[in-house]
Design a binder for this molecule. Structure first.
Ligand code: ADP
Ligand code: MG
Length: 448
């Protein structure tokens, strides 16, 4: 296997394991510089990426590489800040590989929209019909009908796709006469914070106010970020007044976003709030068929059905499994081998559990209500279960600390890091703690 082939396989696997945002942010423009015996050198576009891969992804990266190249023991990094290390994307294109990874799609520099998210490749079923119809209406008359357009739903169900499709369609229609910006809420927050520090916040606000369409993804991230909320409120109002279109997505409805100021919540509710549910079997098959057709590939019906039957609540995972199947087929695997391989990834238990499952089992185990676990209490009977809850969220779902903070109802994620580290350290020394956690994990996994 060549080093480029290896990297393709590793990327296809990581695409399943990481959130899309992380995958794009940290693996875009990476490639393998060198692979020999136990050593692999990975090209990174800059030091940030290197640090993140080294600190946050080291274990996962090594394990993933080892599934394809078992002799590898050591990862090193090479910083290569130019287009040369686009080699992954280039080699995809050269070989016309079917693996349509994110990496092949350039981002529009002005708007940060990805052109691949369009309505024409968005499958509509009863689970997302309302969201779709409303979105199309927004594009017909931006800023005039539904403001804001607010879509919410679970992970991997098409929120980013649909809000970017809105941006892309408006852009297609209006071209030069319109300024559109897509931004992830975590990036918005960090930009606001850094611009406050460097005293250019007014300039940044002014920039945001210059857009005719402002699309903010994963807005639930503003939970507990008071300063960002305050500034976003101001931006929202000014944009609204001049009929600029605001488009928002969230993993939950405005009502359920914790630690969100009332006035912002009522603004979010003041336009069109639509949800995306779960696609049924037929729709999942339609999505799979559309994806293989667009890649010009033929894949056995049996494989498609296996995927549609077994992955029910996340379209991103459906795509990930499909990409994997396509890749395996390229490597001459037969239908049975492909299905067996897919079974293996489906057995990774963390795929099926949610923060809610975890909270429920922690609450059952300690016999403390879910509400009490989420209370900001210093009582020992509550602090300990809450730390266990945090630990399990991190160890099983690999959630980011800010997102754990929002799940566990903390304002600040430093406390969450502290709690996680504390349990992680003690688990090695304290048998009771280990038993508590093992039992809870068994309960969680036995019920899904
Ligand atoms: P979310 O933002 O809700 O987590 P995404 O928008 O990133 O989910 O969708 C995950 C993947 O599934 C993307 O690659 C997206 O293109 C695809 N997808 C989601 N919904 C649909 C759909 N209705 N039709 C086709 N592809 C979809
Ligand atoms: Mg998204």
């Amino acid at each position: 296997m060549s080093k480029d082939q290896l990297w393709q396989l590793v990327l296809s696997e990581l695409e399943l394991k990481l959130s899309r945002a992380n995958f794009i942010t940290w693996l875009n423009n990476t490639s393998v510089a060198f692979l020999k015996n136990e050593k692999i050198v990975i090209n990174c576009p800059n030091n940030f990426v290197k640090e993140w891969l080294d600190k946050k992804l080291r274990k996962t990266l090594l394990n993933t590489i080892k599934t394809f190249s078992p002799q590898v023991e050591e990862i090193q990094y090479n910083i290569q800040p130019n287009e040369k290390n686009l080699s992954v994307g280039q080699s995809y294109q050269k070989q016309q590989s079917p693996l349509q990874s994110q990496i092949m799609f350039p981002v529009n520099k002005n708007s940060d929209l990805l052109p691949k998210y369009t309505f024409s490749n968005f499958i509509v079923g009863s689970f997302n019909e309302l969201a779709y119809v409303a979105a199309k209406n927004v594009t017909k008359n931006p800023g005039k009908i539904y403001n804001p357009y607010f879509v919410y739903g679970g992970v991997g169900l098409g929120k980013t796709h649909i809000i970017q499709a809105i941006g892309n369609e408006i852009f297609q229609k209006k071209k030069k006469n319109i300024k559109i910006k897509y931004i992830l809420a975590p990036n918005l927050t960090s930009k606001i914070i850094s611009s406050i520090r460097t005293q250019v916040v007014e300039k940044y606000i002014k920039e945001l106010l210059s857009y005719n369409v402002l699309i903010v993804d994963d807005i639930e991230f503003l939970s507990g970020k008071e300063k960002t909320q305050e500034i976003f409120f101001r931006i929202f109002n000014e944009l609204y007044q001049k009929n600029a279109q605001i488009v928002l997505s969230s993993d939950r409805s405005p009502k359920l976003i914790n630690n969100l100021g009332e006035r912002l919540r009522s603004r979010f509710e003041g336009g069109m709030v639509v949800d995306i549910g779960l696609p049924d079997f037929e729709t999942r098959m339609a999505i799979l068929n559309q994806k293989i057709e667009s890649k010009g590939i033929v894949l056995e019906e049996e494989i498609l059905e296996f995927i549609a039957q077994n992955i029910t609540n996340n379209i991103r995972e459906i795509e990930g499994a499909l990409n994997r199947a396509i890749l395996l087929k390229e490597y001459q695997k037969n239908t049975k081998e492909i299905i067996n391989n897919l079974k293996e990834i489906l057995n990774t238990p963390s795929k099926n559990i949610s923060p809610n499952n975890i909270l429920k089992e922690v609450s059952n185990y300690f016999n403390i209500s879910q509400k009490d676990i989420l209370k900001n209490s210093r009582k020992k009977e509550i602090v300990y279960p809450r730390q266990v809850y945090i630990y399990i969220l991190r160890s099983q779902l690999n959630l980011s600390f800010p997102s754990i903070a929002s799940n566990a109802n903390y304002k600040d994620h430093t406390t969450v890091i502290y709690a996680f580290k504390k349990i992680e350290n003690n688990i090695k020394k304290n048998i009771n703690l280990k038993r508590d956690i093992d039992t809870i994990l068994q309960n969680i996994y036995n019920k899904v």
